[in-house]
Design a protein around this ligand. Structure first.
Ligand code: NOJ
Length: 576
């Protein structure tokens, strides 16, 4: 690769430039007709994913779980939820995918367990159970212990503490839950917690998983004194593992306006985390085909973020700065430059993410007056121009697939699915919505089951004769968004993704490496080259712009006029 001097493509580890497709198993494809997606449904559609051209699949948690938080409440880290299949089925899926050249990344949830996990059940069984040490049990404040031990706030609204009832029926201690009350936080100061997760890593690596995505990776370690958070000194970008506002001040800061927190923060980005991830890296590196560690880390401080990506820690982490960034040329360029500058000193590849199972779907977000993403600003009834959002999402797809590093595609992005905003209140499942008292729309709108074929729900998500409707209702106007409707349609989102990934695979300068900004581009245009013969140009301004000198056009996100001006909200890949 030009950017790596003599390094050949064979020597570049796969994860440095991978296209990774995120599968939300509950909503991908339902093989057995119970209205819930399952692993057999994924296996049946591996040819679709191979045709799309992705290098790896990241699966959201597939473990046994009461699904209080869509599976991020894990009851058993070594199993598969019965509604998703069996452990043997997961092993077969990993093997079958690998035969098609697709690797598997599983989701590891180390910050908390389900309240149904054996450890927590044992901890609740008696106020003196040794398992209590594996969690954060504390007496309450106030004369009768009726107030929570401190002022920490759950990511899902309300106190981060839940009071227990002792077996004799009297009110007991409180336990910490940074998310839902059915997700008690683990005590990472306890050696058993560390050992257990190291064994869980090996368990999935031994079954062929190529890597793990680490949930809430910056939250594991807590200050054992559990001090109150100090208002104003604690502003963090809000994310599903970001907000650190004491009760009453949550949501004050958006990603771009975040103040730096006072350090050390009692539970975000504590220095001891690096010891944990170094030991995980040693495990990952002990495999002949080294396994990969991917962190979910929402931090505003890029230097602190990059520390997790030092050569003996995690391999990569999600780029939430870019994900949250509005569709504005100066802001996007700044985000790209800051990303590359932060990664360079630790020699880690950047990642580019437009969406995931927690955030507003891209075509919806980009079709609004405010095109940034923030949990605090997420609201119902925001006017949305889906045609505009789709046009921009197409351009954003070519932008991200041309940037240096790895790219994540959240299932349904390749179909141009919008956020579903009219889910009936009694169908809402997300604790973020349920705990907000109706103020937050929550995250169900981006988790609606995929439409595969046909003209009405369930659009092939479930087989003919299914016994239950999809677990979240699908819109009635998705007939033209099904995969089947888009295959072979030259101007469809699916064909754009397929073609772009195919070109990316064939293009040695794409994926891992560097970029060079093309000189002379107007402020409204992002224009950069990769290597000597490839360029990506994106026009985010209102007026058409001239294309730079080029040999040919490889791909455009929207039709180009004959004069080869680049219209508004359009991206083009050029052969220089
Ligand atoms: C981040 C995950 O992406 C989100 O879906 C989940 O609710 C929280 N972590 C808690 O596990």
């Amino acid at each position: 690769m030009a950017e790596h001097g003599s390094q050949s493509a064979e020597e570049t580890p796969w994860w440095r430039g991978a296209v990774i497709y995120q599968v939300y198993p509950r909503s991908f494809a339902d093989d057995d007709g119970d209205g819930t997606g399952d692993l057999a449904g994924v296996r049946a559609r591996l040819p679709y994913l191979a045709e799309l051209g992705v290098d790896a699949l990241w699966f959201n948690p597939w473990y046994p779980s009461p699904m209080a938080d869509g599976g991020y409440d894990v009851a058993d880290y070594r199993g598969v939820a019965p509604e998703f299949g069996t452990l043997a089925g997961a092993e077969k899926l990993i093997t079958d995918a690998l035969e098609l050249g697709i690797r598997t990344i599983v989701d590891i949830v180390p910050n908390h367990v389900s309240s149904e996990h054996a450890w927590f059940r044992a901890a609740l069984a008696s106020p003196t159970a040794p398992e209590r040490e594996l969690f954060w049990f504390r007496p309450g404040r106030g004369p009768g212990g009726e107030l929570p031990p401190n002022n920490w706030v759950s990511e899902f609204h309300g106190s981060a503490w839940t009071r227990t009832t002792d077996p004799d029926g009297t009110p007991g201690d409180w336990y910490l839950n940074l998310f839902d009350s059915r997700q008690p936080d683990l005590n990472w100061a306890h050696p058993q917690v560390r050992q257990e997760h190291e064994e869980v890593l090996r368990f999935w690596f031994d079954r062929g998983a190529s890597g793990v995505r680490i949930d809430s990776a910056a939250l594991l370690e807590k200050d054992p004194a559990l001090p109150d958070l100090v208002p104003d000194a604690t502003a963090e970008p809000e994310g599903t593992d970001g907000p650190a506002q004491p009760e009453g001040t949550a949501g004050a800061a958006g990603p771009e306006g975040a103040a730096e927190p006072t350090r050390p923060h009692p539970y975000i980005d504590r220095d001891g985390l690096h010891t944990i991830y170094r030991s995980w890296r040693a495990i990952a590196d002990s495999y002949p085909d080294p396994r990969v560690l991917i962190g979910e880390i929402w931090l505003p401080d890029t230097e602190r973020f990059a520390r997790y990506l030092r050569p003996d820690e995690l391999h990569t982490a999600f780029n939430f700065d870019f994900l949250s960034c509005p569709w504005e040329p100066i802001r996007l360029r700044a985000s790209i430059e800051a990303t590359l500058a932060a990664h360079a000193p630790v020699a880690a590849p950047a990642t580019w993410v437009l969406a995931n199972h927690d955030v507003t779907r891209t075509v919806t977000r980009y079709g609004r007056a405010d095109t940034s993403f923030g949990f605090a600003t997420k609201a119902r009834g925001v006017p949305t121009d889906l045609a505009l959002g789709t046009r921009r999402a197409r351009a954003a797809a070519l932008l991200t697939l041309a940037l240096p590093g790895a790219v994540y595609i959240y299932q349904g992005e390749e179909l141009g699915l919008p956020e579903v905003e009219d889910i009936p209140p009694d169908a809402i499942q997300d604790p973020m919505a349920l705990r907000s008292g109706g103020t937050s729309p929550g995250r169900d709108g981006c988790r609606v089951p995929l439409p595969w074929s046909g003209s009405e729900p369930p659009y092939g998500f479930s087989p003919v004769g299914a016994t239950a409707p999809p677990w979240l209702p699908q819109p009635t106007d998705w007939a033209d968004r099904t995969a089947y409707a888009q295959i072979g349609e030259a101007d469809s989102m699916l064909e754009l993704y397929r073609t772009a990934i195919r070109v990316r695979r064939a293009e040695p300068s794409l994926g891992d490496g560097d970029l060079t900004w093309l000189p002379g581009a107007p402020d409204q245009v992002l224009a950069f080259s990769r290597g000597n013969t490839f360029a990506c140009v994106v026009n985010l301004g209102p007026d058409p712009v001239d294309l730079p000198n080029h040999d040919s056009i490889l791909l455009a996100s929207s039709p180009l006029p004959p004069a080869h001006h680049l219209p508004t909200d359009t991206a083009v890949w050029l052969r220089l």
